[in-house]
Write a protein that binds this ligand. Structure first.
Ligand code: 13P
Length: 325
């Protein structure tokens, strides 16, 4: 509960930097860099050593490689984060695989051996965990996929808590599709109903989890775009209907929104008081401009760190409902 509270503290959010090696490779490729351990390390080192990052960021989600990695200067990534006052976390799921007899949907692997891995990650300094299940709206989400996503999240959450890690529960309703915003609300309501039912059945302590959902928006390919006020209205309606106030933090993912959209939508949600800490756990919406500024060049590190601080500060202000573009 103390860890969850620390991560969900006013004006703070999470830096998601837990891309798998394959996904990190795609990000590096976008700036013409090879997907090697040393390039991944250089990039992650740039992120965690950004001076003053802890003023806006309270937690960082790492991929296993980074949890055990040292920076080029010697101290481990975990030590650097702790010095910044940022709680280290770890992605513990083993990724998505096709689900037989579903509508071409996926299920999330990683429960086998999870208790032992969580114990090792705790020893290595992790204090929270993340597991991501996905729901696809264009697939016409099937009940078996939705239920499996929810049940997997609940089993994982119970195991993580038993190991002393705060579970981030991430039922991501993906943005893909041309559906209207009402359809997103409908699917998310069904998904969250299942998720909280199974969390309760599995005796997960709600005060000791963080929820990482997607915001309620129209599908990415829908030409009708919503204003931040509409997104806030729909998303808060969903939170009110489905999430007990015992859950200390709602840490939204960015899911392919632009950096500015993600900040504006978060700001709109925090314009009026709500019972939760409504904040961010962004990867792309914090890192896109960092990568562009960096380009893999040592001489650009300071500028890239400034780009990260700029996004982190903007989202910190948005957490407080005080962002002014
Ligand atoms: P995005 O913010 O890029 O969607 O990533 C967040 C994340 O960690 C997804 O699991």
């Amino acid at each position: 509960m103390a860890t969850a509270k620390k991560v969900a503290s006013p004006g703070h959010g999470i830096l998601a930097m837990d891309e798998s090696n394959a996904t990190c490779g795609k990000r590096l490729d976008s700036i013409g860099l090879e997907n090697t351990e040393s390039n991944r390390r250089a990039y992650r080192e740039l992120l965690v050593t950004t001076p003053g990052l802890g003023e806006y960021i309270s937690g960082a989600i790492l991929f296993e490689e980074t949890l055990y990695q040292k920076t080029s200067k010697g101290p481990s990534m975990v030590d650097v984060l702790n010095k910044q006052g940022i709680v280290p976390g770890i992605k513990v799921d083993k990724g998505l695989v096709p689900m037989a007899n579903s509508n071409n949907e996926s299920w999330c692997q990683g429960l086998d051996g999870l208790a032992q891995r969580c114990a090792e990650y705790y020893k290595a300094g992790a204090r929270f965990a993340k597991w991501r299940g996905v729901i696809s709206i264009p697939a016409g989400p099937s009940m078996i996929a939705m239920r499996d996503t929810a049940y997997g999240l609940a089993r994982y959450a119970a195991i993580a808590q038993a190991a002393g890690l705060v579970p981030i529960v991430e039922p991501e309703v993906m943005l893909d599709g041309d559906h209207e915003i009402d359809r997103t609300l409908e699917v998310a309501e069904a998904t969250w109903a299942e998720t909280f039912k199974y969390l309760a059945d599995n005796k997960v302590l709600f005060e000791g989890i963080l929820l990482k959902p997607s915001m309620v928006t129209p599908g990415a390919e829908n030409p009708n775009r919503s204003t931040p006020e509409q997104v806030a209205d729909y998303t808060l309606k969903l939170l009110t209907r489905r999430v007990p106030p015992a859950v200390p933090g709602i840490m939204f993912l960015s899911g392919g929104q632009s950096e500015l959209e993600a900040t504006m939508n978060l700001n709109a949600m925090n314009k009026s008081p709500n019972p939760w800490h409504v904040s961010f756990s962004y990867a792309r919406a914090l890192q896109n401009s960092v990568l562009k500024s960096w380009q893999g060049e040592e001489k650009n590190v300071a500028a890239a760190q400034q780009a990260l601080l700029k996004r982190a500060k903007a989202n910190s202000m948005a957490q407080l409902g005080k962002y002014d573009p």
